[in-house]
Every structure is written in C-alpha cells, then in structure tokens.
Write a protein that binds this ligand. Structure first.
Ligand code: ATP
Ligand code: MG
Length: 433
C-alpha cells in the first residue's frame, strides 16, 4: 500500500467514524427524537420494563393499554418502527441499533387482527409505541408487540419506557390491572388446540351451545342430578349457603361411546352462561396445567376434560410416571371456583386418586346405553324432520342392547343419514361395523 492509498484509507475511516458519531448523536433519527423528546432524556438514561404474555393475550394487552390511555391521556400518538430486522431485537436493542447504525427509523404502526370472541375480532397493535404519562405525571412510552412465532417470538409483549424503573413498573402494573378488569377471555367458551401451521399452543373462542333439556335424553332423574351438582351450586356462587362452605365440584360422566356425555357437557355450558369454559380434548390435554391456571384467573369457570382416561389412567397399569395426572390432581385440589367436568368411556381404568379426596371427582354419573323409553325419545327427537309418525315400538324393541342385527342397523343408518345427529354407536350398532 503506497502513501497515497494509505491516506485515502485513513480519510475513509475518518469519514465513517464521523458519520457514525453523527448518527450516535441522534441527529436525523426521528425515531430516537420521538422517544427522547417525550421522555426528556437521552437514550442511555432510558430503562425498559417488559412483561411477556402468551400469544392469545394480545387483544387483552391492547385493551389494557387503551384503558390506560383513557385514564392518563395520549401525549404522543401511536408510532411505529421501520427498517432492519425488527422482529428479532427487543425494543431497547432496536433503539440502540437505530442510534449506532441508523438501521431503524420512525415508521407507521403495524396492526394485526386478533379474535375477541367466536364471531368477533379486533385490530391490535402488532408493533407500536405511544406516549403517555405515569400516574405521577412523568412521561412514559408504552409499547405493544404481538407474537411472531415465524420469527421465533412466541409471546406477545408489553413494554414501558421511562427514565425511572419504578415509574415504568408502576405503569406496567396499572396496565396489567386494567387488563384483568377488562379481560375478554372471561365468560367465554375457550378451547386449547394446536395449529398445524404453528407448533405452539393456541386458544380458540367457541360459540356457547344452546341446548334445551328436551334435547338431552337421559334416564329419569340423571340430568337433574347432574344439574344440581353443577349449575345448582354455581348459582349459589360456588357456596352452599347453609353450610357457608366452599364446595368444589368434580363431575365425571362415564359410559359407552356415543351415549351423550359430550352432549350433556354441551348442555351444561349453555346452562352456565356467565361461566368461563375451557375445553381440552385429545392432544390438547397436555395443556392441562395452563388450562387450570387460566380457569383460576377467570373463575367462576369450568374445565372440560374429554376422554380424561388419556391422562388419568390408573398408575397400577404401568410404572410410567404421568406428570399430567399429577398436574390434574393438583389443579382439582385447589380452592378456586373451578368445576371440572370429565368424560371417559373407560371409567374402570381411571386412577383412584381422582375420586379419593373431597374436591376432586365428587360425583360420577354413568351415561348408559338408552333403555326402551330412551330409545323411543331419541328416535322421536332425531326423527323430527322425517315424518316419523309410525309406531316406533318395533324399532325400539329391536334396538335393545344390541349388536349385529344387520337389517335393523341398515334401517337405522338410513334414518341417521337423513339426520345424522345421532351416532351409530348410540343405537348400539357400532360393534356391528
Ligand atoms: N343422550 C342423548 N340425548 C340426545 N342426543 C344424544 C344423546 N346421546 C347422543 N346423542 C347424539 O349423538 C351425538 C354424539 O353423542 P356424544 O358425542 O355426546 O357421545 P359421547 O358419549 O360423548 O361419546 P364418546 O364416548 O365417544 O365421546 C350427540 O352430538 C347427540 O347429537
Ligand atoms: Mg364424547
């Protein structure tokens, strides 16, 4: 390298350094200006207090922040961050990068749509900041970030920027209290499930079923007993007034496939309109701990565990430890106003520990194959659209208990196909398949 070249290189280095210093000084970066301008302090004096939430809390965070802004006003309207790899870095990192490398700039707010009910959705800030003030009047910035699982950010995030950690914490706590006050999961029917597209857990809103007691065909007195144990107690706020004692409810519905266990659970959901319902079926059963936690937060609530034998098999069946069973037993033993509705068609295999303590399963009800009266009621119920005026007695008689009568199962299947609400197994023909 000759001397001219060396001089040139030195000059370039100098220019680069000067440019970097200028950016570092904040000159020309509106994003930094907006943050430091509102907080009235340079970036190095800014602290961030963060709280992560499961991704389904996104709309709740938005609600909490909106409620906070309603209380304390908006000093600097929502703004966003443009440029760079904004999905990876945390907020303070992004601001620092903006300062040192000029990679991020002031941008418009990113919004996303998120469900607020079975039929409703809302716009929520996916990445944005807003300037407001703390309860004591100090300027603060509040930021919302939605989860971006595709970029490895599995949770959504609430961030508060201030020059004082105590102030930022105070604001975050207030937003969280407002989130709890306006919690939109409360009173909803929610199902845990897994999405094929994302490997993380998801919560879905379901419409609350509305079934009448006439649509639930069970032996005399059975539905009454079930209702007394669930709806009846819930109507007393979870307390037996005379005893003044908190009563936890655990109800197990067991019986052969297709006899109406799930149907009965759906009926109960409709009879408990203000109650939060959290449903776990199949592989979602592994979220039992999360479901129980949510149920406590959203009490009064009901946790529905379908085919609970999947996790609650008798430990003597094998040496394998079932951590989910322990989580379940633990959850059922808590003192929150949470009712557990369990269904199974393998009651005999269930772990005894489920029932051996008050507050766990305290009522087990068998939902049997229908008797003659039941079968007639079912045929009438589901035959409504079929002009079923004929005498049902022969069919009722012939469907007794029953397995393997080809002609009958064929005849019945035709009826069911016409109005396929009734499972084949309900009429005892499943074993004939
Ligand atoms: N007792 C009943 N009264 C009215 N309808 C019923 C009854 N049993 C079953 N049905 C009808 O059959 C359908 C299937 O029944 P359901 O899903 O409740 O069975 P299940 O007992 O939960 O079976 P599984 O053990 O396989 O889960 C219901 O959606 C309903 O339409
Ligand atoms: Mg079922």
């Amino acid at each position: 390298m000759g001397s001219t070249e060396r001089d040139l290189a030195t000059d370039i280095a100098r220019i680069v350094r000067a440019t970097a210093d200028e950016v570092a000084g904040g000159a020309g970066n509106e994003l930094i200006d907006r943050v430091t301008g509102h907080l009235e302090a340079p970036l190095p004096e800014v602290v961030v207090v963060t709280r992560n939430w499961p991704m389904w809390e996104h709309a709740n965070i938005q609600r909490g922040v909106d409620a906070y802004l309603a209380e304390h006003g908006t000093a600097v309207g929502w703004f966003g961050i443009a440029g760079g790899q904004r999905t990876h870095e945390d907020l303070i990192g992004m601001l620092a990068t903006a300062r040192s490398k000029g990679m991020y700039e002031l941008g418009s707010v990113d919004y996303t749509t998120t469900a607020t009910g079975p039929h409703d959705a809302t716009e929520a800030v996916q990445l944005g900041l807003v300037g407001t003030s703390a309860p004591g009047g100090e300027p603060v910035l509040v930021a919302i970030r939605g989860a971006t699982p595709q970029w490895g950010l599995e949770q959504c995030r609430l961030e508060v920027l201030s020059t004082s950690r105590a102030t930022a914490t105070e604001v975050r706590d207030r937003v969280e209290r407002l989130m709890a006050e306006h919690d939109l999961l409360r009173g909803q029917v929610l199902a845990f499930g897994t999405s094929e597209h994302r490997a993380n857990e998801l919560l879905t809103f379901l419409p609350r079923p509305a079934l009448t007691d006439e649509e639930v065909v069970l032996p005399e007195g059975v539905l009454d007993a079930i209702e007394r144990h669930t709806v009846g107690i819930a109507e007393h706020g979870g307390r037996l007034p005379a005893a003044g004692q908190h009563l936890k409810r655990g109800l197990l519905l067991h019986g052969p496939p297709g006899t109406g266990k799930t149907h009965t659970v759906r009926y109960l959901m409709g009879r408990l309109p203000a109650t939060t319902v959290i449903i776990l079926t199949g592989t979602a059963m592994r979220f039992v701990g999360k479901a129980a936690e949510l149920a406590r937060r959203l009490q009064p609530s009901v946790v529905v565990l379908e085919d609970v034998d999947l996790i609650a098999q008798d430990r003597s069946y094998g040496p394998q430890v079932q951590p989910l069973l322990f989580t379940l037993l633990d959850a059922m033993g808590g003192d929150a106003d949470v009712t557990f509705l369990l269904t199974t068609n393998r009651a005999s295999e269930l772990e005894k520990a489920l029932a051996d303590r008050p507050g766990r399963v305290d009522l087990a009800v068998e939902i049997p194959l229908p008797d003659a009266v039941g079968r007639e009621a079912l045929l009438r119920l589901y035959g409504r659209g079929l002009r079923l005026t004929a005498d049902l007695a022969p069919i009722v008689e012939a469907t007794e208990g029953v397995v393997g009568d080809e002609e009958l199962t064929t005849a019945l299947r035709e009826m069911q196909d016409a109005r396929s609400a009734l499972t084949r197994s309900l009429l005892g023909s499943s074993a004939a398949q």
